[in-house]
Structure formats: C-alpha cells, structure tokens
Design a protein around this ligand. Sequence first.
Ligand SMILES: Cc1ncc(COP(=O)(O)O)c(C=O)c1O
Length: 422
Amino acid sequence: MGRRGGVFFGADAEALARGDPEVAEALGQELGRVRGRLQLIASENFASPAVLAALGSVIGGKYAEGYPGARFHAGCEVADRVERLAVERGKELFGAEHVNVQPYSGAVANLAAFAALLRPGDTVLAMELSHGGHLTHGSRSNFSGRWFDVVGYGVRRDTETIDYDEVRDLALRHRPDLIICGAASYPRTIDYAVFRGIADEVGAWLLADVAHEIGLVAGGAVPSPVPYADVVTFTTHKSLRGPRGGAIVCTPEVAGRVDRAVYPFVQGGPLMNVIAAKAVAFGEALRPEFRGYAADVVANAKVLTGTLAEEGLRPVTGGTDTHMALVDVRDAGTTGLAAETACAQAGMVLNRATVPYDPEPPRVASGLRLGTSCVTTQGMGVPEMKEIASLVARAVRDPGAITSVAERVARLTAGHPAYPPG
Ligand SMILES: Cc1ncc(COP(=O)(O)O)c(C=O)c1O
C-alpha cells in the first residue's frame, strides 16, 4: 500500500485514512457501492489496479506544458518518457500515425477537434442528440451548438438505424465543413467508409467520435474508423478500461493543428498521472487477452439484448453490435425514469435513455441504456447476462418483486466481485 518493495510510491489508502478519515470513509463507501450493485452504465468500466496505481503516482504533480522534447517547464525528462510511452502504444494499438494523449476528457477532445478544423460559424453535420448523438455534437447548451451552425441527421423511423441517404442529401444541401459520425446512444456499428465518401463528395472533414466503443475497436470486436476519419476522438475510461480522460488520433495532415488545438488553445498543463495511466491501459489493451475481453463484451451485450427482447423489452434497432443494449420500455407500460428508479431500488445501476422519436422529454425518456463493459470485466458471461435481463424485466414490470430481485443481484455481485478482493 503506497510502497513498492518497501519504498514510498504514492497512492496509499492507509495514509489517506490517517490523514483524512472523512474522505477515506467516503471513498470506502464508493467501493462498497460499486461492489454491492450491478454496474450497468454503458459509459463506465473498472480500471485495473495497475491503472489506478499510475493515477495515484507523484507524477501528477509535474507541470509539463507542451509536448515531449518541447516543454515550457524544466525537469520534464520523465514526463517526456511517460508521454512518449503512451503515444507509441496508442499508435500501435490503433494503427495510427499520430496520437495526442493530453485531452482531459472526451468533451475536451471534441472541443479541440472543432478548434483544429473549424472557425466559429462554420457548418457541422452531426447526429441529433435525441437520436443518440452527444451534447458536444451540436447541442445548443454546449459550445458546439452555440458557436457553430449545426445541421442534425437522424435515424430512420422503421429501422432506427442511420439513414445514410439522408446524411448524403443533407451534406449536399448544406455543404458542411465538418461531418461527425459516432454517438453516445446508438447500438450499431457505423459504416465509416460511407461517411468518408460523403465527406469527400462535399469537401468536408470527417470526425469520428468513438468515445464509447474505442475499447471494442482496440480489441478488434468492431470496425475501426482510423483508416477513414481525419480525426478520431475518444475517451479512455469506457470500453477501453483506462483512466478518466480523452485522446485524439489523426492523420499526419492535421497533426500540427490538433496538437496546437489541445495545447495551448484549449488546455494548459497535461495531467501527467492520467497520461501514465493511459500508457498502462494502452499496454493492457495491446495484450492478446484484451481481444478476448472485447469479444466477450459484445457477445454479452447480444445475449443481454436478446433476453431483454424475450422478456418483452423491445431493443431499439432490433439488436446490438456493440457493448450497449438500448431498449424501449413502453410495452411494459412504464417510462425510462420509472424503470431506472425501479432498477436502482433493486441494486442495478443503469440509465434511462431517449429512444428515436421519443414522445417523452429526456428527463423522463422511454428507454433504458445498459452496457456490458463492467460486468464482463467482473468475469460474468452468458448465464449471468440471461439472469440480469430477467431481473431487469422483473424490476421494471413488478414493484412487488424488488426485494427478491435485490437478493439475486446481491448473489450475482458476491460471486463476481468488482476489483480484486481485500
Ligand atoms: C460520444 C461521446 N462523446 C464524448 C463524450 C464525453 O466524454 P467525457 O464525459 O469524458 O467528457 C461522451 C461521454 O459520454 C460520449 O458518449
């Protein structure tokens, strides 16, 4: 704890308990919350102890504005080594020519991508938030919708999948400077080649935001946007199972613009402990076992979605290709908000989500979004997915069943603890 071979290291839970019992107690409660419930939020995962150790290391205190070999602070030789490790591993993992590991988060990576490619007032074509897009893709409450002229594309009413003909028509009509593909709540793979073709036809940049599925890309379980997009943004903490943070992959053509957009345009000094943890996570994802993990995450999501469908909760788009199960709860006579609350009472942590053409406002919503990244990290497989689906369906349909569902949830989590025991 906080020592490596008897030598001071950094992260030390006992030192925290001695120095600040109140915060130590709160963090202990969080570990208990995570271990005691089923974590089904699609954007979360459990980073390894090695990632957590890197996050808690003393390099977090180092100021290193700039990039390796060209810093504005003295004493950056170790920071340079750590950042180069992260960048080289990222290049290998994603088959990329340029990687920037400094973005503080996925939202900041997107802000930097906009800054690299556009000027305020430029036109952007991106997926509607209400159809699965993300706030940073043009919501009026975000910089993207406030400072840019955003045109939204949606999904078809019948298939609930992206209407590539509509995307092309809108691109030809509005001549966007940037087209964004990628979403926060869309369970299907995206045809990046088609998006590339449309972007080329209208002379637009193509940004792929794969914040959610980047771990599946790394593990070869879904197609990669890297050969098609000018810029790829992602988070490192979702399916990739690293620390909270963002990163950008791009072509050599825009590398200088992307780097200058991240620093000094959008950010100051990089979080070097997070970059160290990203290096660790990329290293883990390069191991052959990670391919198995990514395949299991998708296989689990397919079983979860299929069983939820058998239980009468309709999967949006009819299924999933990713880590995400997105279901419409209207046939169960309830709303996303009520279903989320019932599941929470039974110890299942998941999110309500809007479904395409949702008649409810987002704070109520008609859907649930579940992800299999955490439960797969815990070692759960097909039998557990079937059980989880039936527990979700029971909790959603029958308030009287909450106690018995909670008991079964407790058995599942006890059998597959999150994080190593102790
Ligand atoms: C598609 C997409 N882009 C960007 C983000 C933003 O990531 P962060 O929360 O790290 O800022 C998210 C987060 O959920 C996302 O789903």
